[in-house]
Design a protein around this ligand. Structure first.
Ligand code: 5GP
Length: 213
């Protein structure tokens, strides 16, 4: 089995972080790529675990050096995925899951065309607003407005994604993303040495058939 990247995108507040944390806990075959950002850590966030928190200068240095598989401005802050992080996880044989906004997802797909792109949608705008205001991440009114406008823009880009999962119920959403991963693992194009395996079966069948004619 060849490991592949799994990109999860969603308007913030759609519950994507909770979904990927659950998947990571449930599936040993999925690892996570830690993104870089220039936004400050929220309470409880740990550098190198939740994000690599970088200064703008450091972020730019890495961008110019071509270290990012994708990078984008999200809510006026810079975010990016390091190629090395993705390759590090894939090299362990695990699929690598990423939380990337829609602009970044398109760039990332060009860099890693074997990726599966999944968009998580909230069941309603009321639920989205409730989640954003409840989560106590220090967002003020302006920040909330920025996130709602981003959500609107992101939804216009849903056509770039292979799968859409509605996060109506966390358990169901996690189960659906997990089912997508399982299904993708069985795609013909992903099977290593399939031609050899099938040629072997055909040759063996030929022998078997001659026993009966
Ligand atoms: P937050 O600041 O709430 O953690 O994330 C805000 C947004 O940034 C989310 O929509 C998330 O998908 C996006 N994001 C997080 N990491 C990356 C990344 O590495 N690249 C891109 N393009 N977007 C990211």
């Amino acid at each position: 089995m060849i490991a592949f990247p799994i990109v999860l995108s969603a308007p913030s507040g759609a519950g994507k972080t909770t979904i990927y944390k659950r998947l990571m806990a449930e599936r040993a075959d999925v690892g996570y790529s830690v993104s870089c950002t220039t936004r400050p850590p929220r309470p409880g966030e740990v550098d190198g675990v939740d994000y690599h928190f970088l200064s703008l200068d450091e972020f730019d240095r890495r961008r110019v050096a071509g270290e990012f598989a994708e990078n984008a401005q999200v809510h006026d802050r810079a975010y990016g995925t390091l190629r090395s992080e993705v390759q590090k996880v894939l090299a362990t044989g695990q699929h690598v899951m990423m939380d990337i906004d829609v602009q970044g997802a398109a760039q990332f797909f060009r860099a890693f065309p074997q990726s599966v792109l999944i968009f998580i949608i909230p069941p309603s705008v009321d639920v989205l607003v409730a989640r954003l205001t409840r989560r106590g991440s220090g967002e003020d009114r302006d920040e909330l407005l920025t996130r709602l406008r981003s959500a609107q823009k992101e939804l216009h880009e849903i056509g770039r994604y292979h799968y859409v999962v509605e996060n109506d119920d966390l358990d169901h959403a996690v189960a659906r993303v997990s089912a997508i991963i399982d299904a993708e693992m069985t795609r013909r194009e992903r099977a290593p040495k399939l031609d050899e395996q099938v040629a072997g079966l055909i040759a063996r069948l030929e022998q078997e058939i001659t026993n009966y004619v």
